[in-house]
Structures are given as structure tokens and as C-alpha cells.
Design a protein around this ligand. Sequence first.
Ligand SMILES: [Zn+2]
Length: 335
Amino acid sequence: MASTLIIDLRHYLDDDGRLSTTMPAPARKFAEYMTLVAEAGTARPPGARWAAAALRCRQKLQRKACSGRLVVMRSEGPAQIEWRCPLCSYQGFLSGFTGTRWDLSSGLHATGRGEVEERVSFDELSALLAAPALGPSAYRVVVGARALDDEAVISVPRPELAAFIGSLAAPENHSRSGTQGKHIDAVRVRMSARLVGTEVRPPIDTSLDPAGVRGYWRIVEMELWARDYLDIDVDAFIEFQRDHIGSFQFGLVRGGIHYAIDRDDRPGLEWSWAGADERDDAAGRGWAVVSGDEMRGRIYIHRGDDSAFVARRATAPKGGAKTSQSTARRRPIVH
Ligand SMILES: [Zn+2]
């Protein structure tokens, strides 16, 4: 089993609350990393579990750096930040950060006035993190970025957007290497477009998948239909993606899914769907519970059949899961 690090940041500080200069280099590097954990962990409100884009895992796997981004959660009583790498065994708890210079929680507002979200590459994020003149609230935005697959998502509270863009434009942020300046400028230009534009985008779903429902599931069994019908057109499947959308097909029943994860911590989900049953438009709903690599649930066709199903986690076919047609072949209207 993986070992869990229990770290008290105060052990690495001198009387002035700075990182002690008497530490050997490896200890100092580790302590610097822990100050980044403290910053990222305090950049967002307590209680949420999220993937911190700024916190690249520092484990080495077969001499290569692990590419995971730490999932963190800060609690207030006791004040600690729990971290865990989703790709390897690196995990631990950090305490002793409250009131230190790396505790960013004091300027943290409750959100609710709306946030402007922007996707940035990990290279852009690194440039932003190293920017010499960001200002405290802009730095909190950057170090609080969420990891989303191979990118990061920064969320700027709308009232702070102009100030955020302004601090990116500060000349000090462009005096270093040309590449860093280019990255910072690219983010500034995109964010400026958001400031003047009236473009409305749906929120970016950076939520974690604690119930383990996302991905492609092969439908292997249904109560009402035999296997040869299920796979008559495509291999029967159900798939759940980010942003609460998905799709499915068994036999000639297929559709797009809009789903929600159950809130009461059960590893389950519910959805509605719209699509086709053979040549007719069809819709319905469904639910499922997940146990490891198995999903069991029931699919309902509105004003039609409903059937239990069993699905197994599988690899999506090349090119992604596809229903035989994205929309129903509507019957010709005959007058
Ligand atoms: Zn890792």
C-alpha cells in the first residue's frame, strides 16, 4: 500500500516564517513544493476536491516524472490540505500553513458573482505561475487553476477580470524570456476578448468523476432482448462524457444522453435521453449504479418498453463510440 506523507509546513520555516536556509538542497526543494501545495490548496474554498493544475506530481515513475496533477482538498477543522496523485501512489496531508505567507485563503471571496473561465495550456500556466508581477488576486487565480485532461482552466471572478488582464500586461511580466512573455500575452489577448465580448459560454466542467461513471461501457446483457439483437447494428454500448452528456445504442434504439450523478454519494447516475427507436423519434430515461467495472441499471423508452441492463467498462472503438445515426431518420410527412 502507498505510504502517506504527513507534513507540517512550520517544521521547514525559520523564525521569520520564511523557508529555512539551513536545509540541505533536497529538503529545501521539497519544502518549496509544499509551499506550492499550500498556495494551491488555499486558492479555492475549503471542502471541494479538485485537480490542481499547478501541482504536477513530483514522483518519478521508472525515472520519468509522473504526469499526474494532484487532487487536493482543504479542510478547515483541522486546517489541512489532503493531496493525492490520481496516477500514482503519491499522497499526503499538509498542515501548519494557516497564516503563513503561502496561505491565500484570507483574500478569497465566496464566488457567486460569476466567473470567467478560460482554458490555458500547461506551458501557459507555467509562464503565468512564474510571472514576476501578477498581484495577489491574479496569482491566486493562476495557482488555483483546475486540471482538465491536458489543459488547465483558470476561473477569474468577473469583477476581477479587468484587473487580472491588467496585471498580465505589466511590463515586468514580459522582461524575461521571450517564450514566457509570448505565453502570458496569448492568455492576455484571449482574456481581453472575453472582457469586451458579449460571448456567453457554458461553464467548463472540470468536475472529478468520483463515482467512476465516465467512459465507454459495453452493454453485455439486457432483460428484454437477446445479445444478437443488441449488437445487430453496432456493438451495444452506453457512454458518459464530461459536461453531463453521453450516448448509447442497443439494437436499433439509440440516443443522446443528458445525465446527472446522484448526489448522496452513491456511485450511481440518472439520465434522460432523446434519439430514435428504429425509424421513429424516441426518448426516455434511465438510471444505473456502478460497482468497479460493472454497471447495472434500467433504460426506459417513453411510452414503450423498459429493460434492465448490464454493461462492462471497455475501450471505446477507434474513432469513438458512435450510434448508427446521430439523429432519427424522420418519416416523410405525407399530406
Ligand atoms: Zn503521480
